[in-house]
Design a protein around this ligand. Structure first.
Ligand SMILES: Nc1ncnc2c1ncn2[C@@H]1O[C@H](COP(=O)(O)OP(=O)(O)OP(=O)(O)O)[C@@H](O)[C@H]1O
Ligand SMILES: [Mg+2]
Length: 628
């Protein structure tokens, strides 16, 4: 459990520019929204800037001249105050519109990103899931998307409006007093320097934090799944220890990330106060000397605060923006993973046979299939699916330096039942993983009805095979739905027929709601054997030309197995079947039995032949040697 995650190389330094670019691409889908939002944010910033500017005429024209006046005329003053109020109201409305729109846009973008992430995840090859924990993947949907929401919904809008306000304020400050503006700019440079110093370092820590969150989530998920095993071996303390270690690392990463960010706030706050005081002092001297008037200095002071404020605010938003960028980068990492490639072009189609033997494609499920070769000149060419599967010199390893299958050659003629036996780890499941192209073979060739399986579209190839996997998985849903997973358009009757064939019908009828019983969390409310029966029924309902059963009957008692075997005989009729079994009773009536050892077929033949050979199979069968 400690291995794979720690061995992976440290995450590369982030490329914020590229990530932002990709996020922008998502944003540009909302051109109209963005345009209105941009207009609103301009209005809101302008109102803000203009409102402050009004201090100058109010003081200079309506207050200073009236000081000491016995009967002041306040009508001008009142109208300018009303105008000011209207400007502020306009500002509020624009700000609301802007924020509201940004919220819509960000929700839409996150929706699209989740869709993209999930769609892409579904396209990834099995290899990807071999190398990544569930929790790690899950955290893309939870944390990373969450931080992104924070940034898009709040961080970025604030940043935009701040940037605009700062620009507006800057222009107004220049108009009011160039000298005082120079002072403000010097202060700004100092602030930006501080942000760069502190913010730059926290970027690394934020990325780190996201990575640690992923690890903690991955670990929790794995431990939740393995709860029973943990209890069986009383490993609660060890697990807690490991969790504590990971949690501590997360804690450290989070602290470092936020330490820098948190230093930033007070530093910026203090700098802006110093700036305010300096401006007030210099401004006062200039006013006394007659270079400025009171109105100007009052409005400039106000500006100098709104000049510093957006920047300090942006510095606070920096946390959320940095972690969001780190999160977005992690999401894009998944999106950049190469999807499962499929250069296959041959399709599986339903066919009808005319009396003269001609094959015609049809949409109706006729129970007969053909491989359709698109052929430009002659139209399509069809090869009838018979279920003839051949391996020619297959060598394969999950990793380059570890060969699992070594030069496997075998054939299954249509309708034959081929059994694989052999000790655990010999490569039986691996062979089946190659037939349906979970993994591609670098060396050797697998043909299906004479066609190299590389040329067959993966989805079509997989549709032509039904597999009962070694570890069955049931989804949340009713028994009926779970069996129907084998073929989505199967009617209730088809499902029940398949269940009867798999001998699952009788136990299902005894469930509280029969076929409508809800299964939860991978069928935890069923026994192992019952789950296997459902898996067999699922394969049966698919009604494919080739069946692969990986230890399908290992958890079923001998009596039920005998019953299933009867059903299976019907199920297997006319189909090519590969069975992997540890039980010899399951294998003995196969047409051919392959005895695998260490990735090689060491013996082959039917039961009688192999017994006569007095080799490994004989040892296994006569009980001189346990199979696993
Ligand atoms: N996803 C994988 N990544 C890397 N190695 C794997 C993977 N799956 C299996 N292996 C390795 O391949 C070898 C063969 O495994 P396989 O699952 O084919 O054995 P098996 O014959 O089905 O065993 P069992 O009877 O226990 O099911 C084993 O040594 C195993 O370590
Ligand atoms: Mg196996």
């Amino acid at each position: 459990m400690q291995g794979p995650m720690r061995r992976r190389p440290a995450a590369k330094p982030k490329n914020a520019g590229k990530t932002i670019g990709r996020l922008l691409k998502y944003m540009f889908r909302y051109k109209l929204h963005l345009t209105i939002a941009a207009a609103s944010v301009i209005v809101s910033s302008a109102a803000n800037v203009a409102g402050t500017y009004f201090l100058k005429p109010i003081i200079n024209q309506y207050i200073v001249p009236l000081i000491g006046n016995k009967d002041p005329d306040l009508s001008g003053f009142a109208s300018i105050i009303i105008l000011l109020g209207m400007i502020y109201i306009l500002g509020v409305v624009a700000t609301y519109t802007f924020n509201r729109l940004m919220l819509n846009i960000s929700a839409g973008i996150l929706y699209k990103m989740r869709v993209d992430l999930f769609t892409h995840m579904e396209s990834l090859p099995i290899r990807y899931f071999d190398a990544h924990t569930h929790g790690e993947l899950m955290s893309r949907y939870t944390n990373d998307i969450d931080t992104l929401r924070e940034m898009m919904g709040r961080g970025m809008p604030n940043l935009f409006s701040s940037a605009l306000t700062v620009t507006g304020v800057f222009v107004m400050m220049l108009v009011l007093s160039p000298l005082l503006t120079v002072l403000a700019v010097l202060m700004l440079i100092l602030m930006l320097y501080v942000i760069r110093k502190i913010g730059g370092r926290s970027a690394i820590f934020f990325k780190n934090q996201q990575k640690e969150i992923g690890k903690v989530n991955g670990y929790v998920e794995e431990m939740v799944e393995g709860q029973k095993v943990i209890k069986v071996f009383s490993h609660e303390d060890t697990v807690k220890g490991e969790f504590e270690r990971l949690n501590e690392e997360l804690c450290k990463a989070a602290t470092s990330a936020h330490t820098f960010a948190n230093i930033l706030m007070p530093v910026m706050g203090n700098l802006s106060y110093i700036h305010y005081a300096l401006t007030a002092a210099v401004g006062a001297v200039m006013t006394i000397e007659g270079y400025l008037d009171v109105g100007t200095i009052a409005s400039f002071l106000q500006y100098s605060r709104s000049f510093a404020h957006p920047i300090t605010q942006a510095s606070q938003q920096l946390n959320s923006i940095l972690s969001a960028l780190a999160g977005a980068e992690r999401i894009f990492e998944v999106l950049d993973e190469k999807p499962e490639t499929d250069e296959g072009y041959i399709e599986l189609v339903h066919i009808e046979k005319r009396e003269n033997g001609e094959i015609v494609e049809t949409m109706n499920p006729t129970g007969m299939w053909a491989w359709k070769h698109p052929d430009w000149e002659a139209g399509a060419r069809y090869t009838e699916v018979t279920g003839d599967v051949r391996f020619e010199g297959i060598s394969f390893g999950y990793n380059k330096n570890e060969i699992v299958l070594k030069g496997i050659s075998l054939y299954a003629k249509p309708g034959q039942k081929i059994a694989f036996v052999g000790s655990t780890g010999a490569g039986k499941t691996t062979i089946t993983n190659l037939i349906n192209r979970f993994y591609d073979v670098p060396d050797g060739k697998i043909t299906y009805d004479g066609i190299n399986i590389n040329k067959i579209k993966k989805a079509d190839l997989r549709r032509s095979l039904s597999m009962v996997l070694q570890d069955t998985h049931l989804f949340t849903g009713t028994v009926m739905e779970n069996i129907r997973y084998g073929r989505l358009d199967a009617s209730d009757d088809d499902v029940i027929k398949a269940a009867k064939l798999a001998n699952a019908h009788s136990f299902i009828s005894h469930l509280p709601q029969g076929y409508n019983t809800m299964l939860t969390s991978d069928g935890a409310n069923l026994s192992q054997g019952q789950r296997q029966l459902l898996a067999i029924a699922r394969a049966a309902v698919a009604d494919p030309p080739v069946l692969i059963l990986d230890e399908a009957t290992s958890s079923i008692d001998t009596r039920t197995e005998a019953l299933i075997e009867k059903g299976m005989d019907t199920l297997m009729e006319g189909r090519t079947v590969f069975v992997i079994a540890h039980r010899l009773s399951t294998v003995r009536n196969s047409n051919a039995i392959m005895v695998l050892e260490d990735g090689r077929i060491i013996e082959r033949g039917d039961h009688e032949d192999l017994i006569k050979m007095q080799g490994k199979y004989y040892q296994l069968y006569t009980g001189m040697f346990e199979l696993s």
